[in-house]
Design a binder for this molecule. Structure first.
Ligand code: PEP
Length: 238
């Protein structure tokens, strides 16, 4: 079954979350959906028995890091997943420097990791996509090979130029890139990892995306914020 990750980013307030939970109640059956709300609302999703993850974890377990949240604190709220390396974290918080450490900390604490990788527009136009993706995979995996396996690490391929822009790669481009990611993971690391697609997934393009066989699921940002639309979207995913 495909995996669908709903990344709320820094959106929605308390009332919105309550309305959201009321709307989806009893309607997410037989679907593999994981919610990634802002930290204040993680517990609410966990209490209602949804799979829930954090959008980030600190690179340390405890200590003097003002504003960060420890993986152990997040686990107490009920997370079993975390996103690591989202392009917004890489851009605003230099997260590329901490990816390997965060993966180790997450895995040592029994979380499942959704690792985001993706090229920016300039890299895409200069045909550097694969070079960027291989580098990001190497940085994440090399120091953690002894603890990574096919159940605890999921890759989300998110071209940065497709996030929140309503632009997505062509079918053949996505098929080719995701196949190459899988091939690289297999030949270099002997890993068969799931690869999700993320970047402007919505109700208008989900049926077309569903024709691409190599995609193992989706990371959905903006289109996960409206509960009714999100329910329609996940009902179109096999
Ligand atoms: C994301 O946040 O990872 C994302 C893919 O956002 P959007 O679906 O809004 O492009």
């Amino acid at each position: 079954m495909k995996l669908i990750c709903a990344n709320f980013k820094m959106n929605l307030l308390k009332d919105d979350i309550h309305n959201y939970l009321n709307t989806i109640k009893g309607k997410i059956n037989n679907k593999n959906v994981i919610f990634f709300p802002s930290i204040p609302f993680i517990e609410e999703f966990a209490k209602n028995n949804y799979l829930v993850g954090s959008q980030n974890i600190s690179f340390k377990d405890f200590g003097s890091i003002t504003g960060d949240t420890s993986v152990l604190q997040l686990k107490e709220l009920g997370i079993t997943y975390t996103i690591i390396g989202h392009s917004e974290r890489r851009t605003f918080f230099n997260d590329s420097n901490y990816i390997a450490k965060k993966i180790k900390l997450g895995l040592d604490n029994d979380l499942k990791i959704v690792l985001c990788i993706g090229e920016n527009l300039e890299e895409f136009e200069k045909e550097k996509t694969l070079e960027v993706l291989k580098r990001e995979l190497d940085e994440a995996l090399q120091d953690n090979l002894d603890i990574i396996n096919e159940n605890n690490l999921i890759i989300a391929y998110e071209p940065i130029w497709a996030i929140g822009t309503n632009k997505i790669p062509t079918n053949s481009c996505l098929d080719n890139t995701i196949s190459k990611i899988k091939g690289y993971l297999k030949t270099k690391y002997n890993l068969n990892l799931k690869v999700l697609y993320g970047g402007s997934v919505n109700l208008d393009n989900i049926e077309e995306l569903e024709t691409i066989k190599v995609i193992d699921g989706y990371l959905v940002g903006g289109a996960s914020l409206d509960a009714l639309k999100f329910l329609s979207l996940i009902n179109k995913v096999n």
